[in-house]
Design a protein around this ligand. Structure first.
Ligand code: SF4
Ligand code: SF4
Length: 373
């Protein structure tokens, strides 16, 4: 039986099999789970905790009282350490009917509960660094910049759907600082989403030559500057000083330069199980990507174009893999469609995923094996 759940639909399917479903805990996370399950019409029996004070609300139960109820099932949420403690405790009590809700799923549920969107989008598809096996396929891309009209139109539509509120928006690439109109992009993004974090993610190589107006624009539009350090010659301290003059403090993804690369190979045959890949992948519904008026629940199908063009392959994102933001009814409709498995996941070899440490960092040699084997 499934013990660890990464996807809301999967959770709903699972708990629907049981008569008495309890959420273990009664904090904010437990409340979010209960509200989300109610949205799907799941009747859950209540919250349950270890030791209960007699004057607590009626739908909170003591574990001892419900442990023997017929057809009981428990949903566990919370930080990893707490999860481990609860699982150990359940095992001691011989409770085997439970599922742990992953941190990723909690984040997804929290966004849906608050009607927030989190997405990323390429300002530029190509890059000035060209790392081996770049997940965004940037070394393989032709020179390509997002067009301002399209960018403004898509942001305006998403802003209408989400009432101008985002949890987080990442402006990236490729290398976003190559965009000659990056300042305008920042302004459009902030005007569209007055509420929410907006972040530019760069390899930093242009930070000491880009115009001062870029830093002004970051400051005026309240956009954070995030840098991934690579093992290349670059004066980071000079960039920090420049940024500070405009009251911008650079945030680094990594204290030390990336020396090793991870790997998530593609399977060109496309015969993998797309549903289980989607449900088990840390990127699905978490790395949502905006591309040409569509939102994809993962950036790989959204950005696969340069890979297909360069290697003459046809890894096909079906019409349903990307959601047309102009055809959805509302934010709920969009968010619930992002949760559904996509057929493109059949191209991912998830058996051979390494988050890091697979290869020393180096520049691409434009060999297909960088993205496949
Ligand atoms: S810097 Fe980032 S976007 Fe550019 S090639 Fe490297 S991994 Fe890809
Ligand atoms: S396309 Fe691949 S990386 Fe993206 S969600 Fe599916 S399995 Fe994960």
């Amino acid at each position: 039986m499934l013990k660890y759940c990464n996807n809301e639909r999967q959770l709903v399917e699972l708990v629907s099999l049981y008569k008495n479903v309890y959420i273990f805990g009664m904090g904010e996370t437990a409340q979010i789970i209960s509200r989300r399950l109610k949205n799907y019409g799941v009747a859950f029996a209540g919250f349950c905790i270890n030791n209960i004070a007699p004057d607590l609300s009626v739908d909170v139960y003591a574990l001892d009282d419900v442990i023997t109820s017929e057809n009981s099932f428990f949903i566990i949420a919370g930080e990893k350490q707490i999860q481990d403690e609860i699982i150990a405790y359940f095992l001691k009590l011989n409770i085997s009917a439970y599922v742990v809700v992953s941190d990723k799923l909690i984040r997804v549920m929290n966004r849906a509960d608050k009607k927030l969107i989190k997405f990323q989008t390429h300002l530029v598809d190509h890059c000035n660094l060209n790392c081996r096996g770049c997940y965004h396929f940037s070394p393989l891309s032709k020179e390509k910049y997002v067009e301002l009209d399209e960018f403004a139109k898509d942001f305006s539509r998403l802003s209408d759907l989400f009432d101008g509120k985002a949890e987080e928006i990442w402006l990236l690439g490729g290398e976003p600082l190559l965009h000659p109109e990056i300042n305008e992009c920042l302004e459009i993004a902030r005007n569209s989403f007055p509420v929410g974090l907006i972040k530019v993610l760069t390899n930093g190589l242009l930070l000491n030559v880009i115009g001062e107006d870029f830093y002004d624009s970051l400051s005026e539009n309240d956009v954070q500057l995030w840098v991934t350090k690579y093992p290349v010659e670059f004066d980071y301290e000079k960039a920090e000083r420049r940024a500070l003059q405009h009251h911008i403090s650079i945030k680094y993804f990594n204290k030390e330069p990336v020396r090793e690369l991870g790997h998530q190979p593609l399977d060109l045959n496309g015969k993998r199980n797309s549903v289980s890949n989607f449900y088990n992948c840390y990127r699905s519904d978490e790395c949502v990507d905006l591309k040409h008026g569509k939102l994809f629940s993962c950036f790989i199908p959204a950005e696969i174009g340069p890979f297909n063009d360069y290697f003459n392959t046809n890894l096909f994102a079906s019409d349903n893999d990307g959601i047309d933001i102009y055809s959805v009814q509302d934010a709920d409709d969009l968010l619930s469609r992002l949760e559904k498995p996509i057929s493109f996941c059949r191209y991912c070899n998830r058996n051979d995923v390494a988050v890091s440490g697979r290869f020393p960092w180096c520049r691409s040699e434009y060999n297909i094996l960088e993205w496949t084997e």
